[in-house]
Design a protein around this ligand. Sequence first.
Ligand code: GDG
Length: 472
Amino acid sequence: MTRLVVVSNRVASPTETKGSAGGLAVGVFGALKDSGGVWFGWSGDVVSDSVANQGPKLEQDGAVTFATVGLPKKDYDQYYRGFSNATLWPVFHYRNDLAVYDREEYAGYRRVNSWLAHRAIKLLQPDDVIWVHDYHLIPFGEALRSEGVTNRMGFFLHIPFPSPQILLNIPPHAELVKSLCCYDVVGFQTPGDQAAFHDYIVRHAHGTATADGEVEAFGRRLKTGVYRIGIFPDEIAEQATRGEARQDVMDLKQSLEGRKLIMSVDRLDYSKGLVERFKAFEHFLEKSPEWRGNVTLVQIAPPTRSDVDTYQQIRHNLEYEAGRINGRYSGLDYTPIRYMNQRYDRWKLMSLFRESQIGLVTPLRDGMNLVAKEYVAAQNPDDPGVLVLSQFAGAADEMKGALMVNPHDIVGMSEAIGRALSMPLAERRERYETSMVMLRKYDLGVWRDSFLADLRGVNLNKQPNKRPAGNK
Ligand code: GDG
């Protein structure tokens, strides 16, 4: 099998991939171990220019090389904090109102992608298959092509692809889509994302797109596909019953004193619908006095991107809302919302999911949302909790056993909480089984293997501008 080179904004360290990293890192690492290869990207460190230019730091783990670079402050500001997270992230999540556009940041975004590509070239071999991940690295493939790299190259978008009317708000939208067309395979989370991309190609790029994903535009031919990212359900079930978390779970149960538990876990991000969720829980307590003092919402929200202005704002709003609601409904021995702004070990999260009666996952927009899948996989099959899920999470396409809600409908979410809390065991079991069928069918291995099979199967000679002879 040809070697695999994975490129992502952040690279998990060899120890992280074996420890508490999410399933995604473990899944990608699994593919790398199978074929041997390189995982290339930013180390997460901000460094001086001279350190950044020293060349990638290499760490070997069996057949896998972890190759990381640091970023100078200016690059971090323009590429990561700026165009990636203050322009692309909000717009791709349909939040034009929160997006800012700055030409210099965009120039920095492209410059860093070219610089990263230049660093990566030295690690490449002629037959390597290159798999690039997510919105930070859209122009990475084009930068490699401009340096003469003709390898098979695929790109997977973890977040939604917005409809053209939304995407047009980003001034260099055409350049971004042209960059995507430099890959051989472009993968999306859901059919809706793929359709939005095709729509742009046909209506705004004078290209063509067929229902089976053959796209021609900007003088390139490529394949698009839907690859639903999943989890390894058995691994989650094992983590949920691990002994290490026992004490924490016992402590929590003791402090709940028999109250029902609602669990929510999200990175602290405005796309996750946290404020609306808190308001829905408040509405539920307001309309259901019999539940006051008898149900607790535990919200775990580790901070991310805290140096981007909009993230400081959401944190402030959330603290205000939690304080306000707790002020209204707390008793001497009861706090309705326990809001934790910190990161927890993975097995603790999974164990808490298993102990809870509801998993409340209500993003305003989400590429997939792995927490929804983890919640279901962590349940006790004999007495499962209920997943309450936003219709705007990519996972809603598959998790048919969930109680579906519109996260803008506070009353609707409040009603779903009530319904889930009093759902009979037989219905809970049936819903759990319905979702588990899909979780097993589209697990993380299927996502990874189907993407790589499509990428490895690409016929490079089919390009309109055929590549020079001798390239595979
Ligand atoms: C992007 C897309 C898409 C969360 N808090 C803690 C913790 N987590 C873990 C969860 C889960 C992961 O982080 C979050 O994944 P999500 O899918 O829910 O969301 P994003 O981070 O926004 O991910 C998303 C995903 O990429 C994959 O393609 O599904 O739509 O936005 O695994 O469990 N893990 C630990 N402690 C925490 O406190 N250990």
